[in-house]
Design a protein around this ligand. Structure first.
Ligand code: ATP
Ligand code: MG
Length: 398
């Protein structure tokens, strides 16, 4: 065992001590066997959510109706889900219901792909009912069971196949791909948040070119907002497309490629958060500034530091090798001020300098001009120098 698993082992031990079964399952087992960095550790168990709540001190009922609770242990969170089968293949009329079961086999059978249907017990033994290990070795994405049935049960799996191709660099099995083709129109009925979540991962994969290749081959533009009206956006993505860390980068890119679709239109159609919106807006502003002025101190000043890396990725997607992160960081380190609050003079000081003039747009303009002069090193950030400068550059008021 290696870390994350070592830290999580006591949870399996504790569940087993209370005479229930427990396994590591899904993505963490897959990534462990691939020797990739492990994200979240998911645990599957025969214990019911109530039983888990009884035997652990800190349990958060995040999705108790689906059998999922979060166990907190040593400052880490672990999703613990009761063995279950999804209602929709027992009873099509209640697709959201789940049934808890006491055997892991059926639980693994409900999972999307063979590589995601692996479980590992406390001894490190792998339970592999669907030849997931051989698909891992051959780098193949294949549904557990009949593709058409599995994609019809939940068409999000179609997009998940694309995102695993993008993240893992795996080939989608022919039969699985044909099934995706067959069922693809059903993605129209999915909740947009679920699609956006998978697309975020699709665009972030280390093998994003492969993910995009399958996306294009699948031809699903007509079932996706905005791509529906502008299919060319999906088929003319830049050759040098970089994996993005956040969907804000993706929206910025798509907006730059087609200015007539605003960032706000993307954000609302793809149900993104305010955080994604702000990020996309900042990136687009920085990009537009770069196109007009190139890279300079004001760009480094205006763009929040947390967006530097995303901006470089965006630039590398659109104009490979045009600028380097180090240039931006170098400029930032030399900045005389980091925000307008660092100026030795503020709006009230300026109003006091011109007691006979009412506040108005001139004030803001004067402040930003001073700010810019200071940033470019043409004006020292002292009260004295700034006041001198104002004498020679009085505001134009009309
Ligand atoms: P990641 O590393 O991105 O978290 P993951 O494989 O853990 O990848 P999750 O979305 O976290 O993916 O899902 C955890 C597991 O739950 C999957 O490995 C799979 O076994 C199962 N699963 C998730 N979504 C579905 C789905 N829509 N249909 C069937 N099984 C699913
Ligand atoms: Mg996961």
């Amino acid at each position: 065992f290696t870390q994350p698993f070592l830290a999580a082992k006591p949870i399996l031990e504790h569940i087993e001590k209370h005479h229930h079964q427990a396994y590591f399952v899904g993505g963490c087992v897959r990534d462990f066997l691939l020797q990739r960095p492990i994200g979240d550790i998911d645990i599957t168990t025969s214990a019911t959510p109530e039983q888990i709540q009884e035997i652990f001190p800190k349990v958060i009922p995040v999705g108790i109706e689906h059998g999922t609770v979060v166990v907190r242990h040593e400052h880490q969170s672990y999703e613990v889900t009761t063995f279950r089968v999804d209602g929709d293949y027992i009873d099509k009329r209640h697709p959201d219901s789940v049934t808890f079961i006491d055997n892991i086999d059926k639980d693994l059978e409900r999972r999307d792909f063979t590589i995601n249907a692996l479980a590992m017990n406390i001894k490190g033994e792998i339970l592999d009912l669907f030849d997931g290990k051989s698909d891992l070795k051959a780098k193949i994405i294949r549904t557990v069971g009949n593709g058409v049935e599995r994609f019809s049960e939940d068409s999000l799996r179609i997009i998940r196949a694309l995102r695993f191709a993008s993240q893992l660099g795996f080939t989608i099995d022919d039969e699985t791909f044909n099934a995706m083709m067959h069922v693809k129109q059903e993605i129209e009925g999915l909740a947009m948040e679920r699609i956006t979540n998978e697309f975020t991962k699709l665009f972030s994969g280390a093998f994003v070119d492969l993910g995009i290749h399958y996306l294009q081959k699948l031809e699903i533009h007509q079932y996706l907002p905005i791509f529906h009206e502008h299919p060319e956006l999906m088929y003319n993505l830049p050759e040098s497309l970089q994996p993005s860390k956040s969907f804000g980068e993706v929206i910025a890119l798509l907006h730059i490629l087609k200015r007539e679709v605003s960032v706000l239109t993307w954000v609302s159609a793809w149900k993104c958060s305010n955080k994604i919106k702000l990020e996309a807006i900042q990136l687009v502003e920085a990009y537009s500034y770069y196109i007009e002025q190139g890279i300079d101190a004001l760009l480094a000043y205006r763009l929040k530091k947390e967006y530097y890396e995303g901006f470089i990725r965006l630039m590398n997607s659109l104009h490979p090798n045009s600028i380097q992160l180090q240039e931006l960081i170098g400029l930032e380190e030399q900045l005389p001020i980091r925000s307008s609050r660092d100026l030795s003079i503020n709006g009230n000081d300026l109003i006091a300098l011109f007691p006979n003039i009412k506040g108005g747009p001139w004030l803001k303009l004067l402040l930003t001009t001073i700010e810019k002069e200071v940033i470019f090193g043409r004006l020292q950030n002292t009260e004295h120098d700034i006041k001198e400068w104002i004498k020679w550059n009085p505001p134009e008021i009309n």
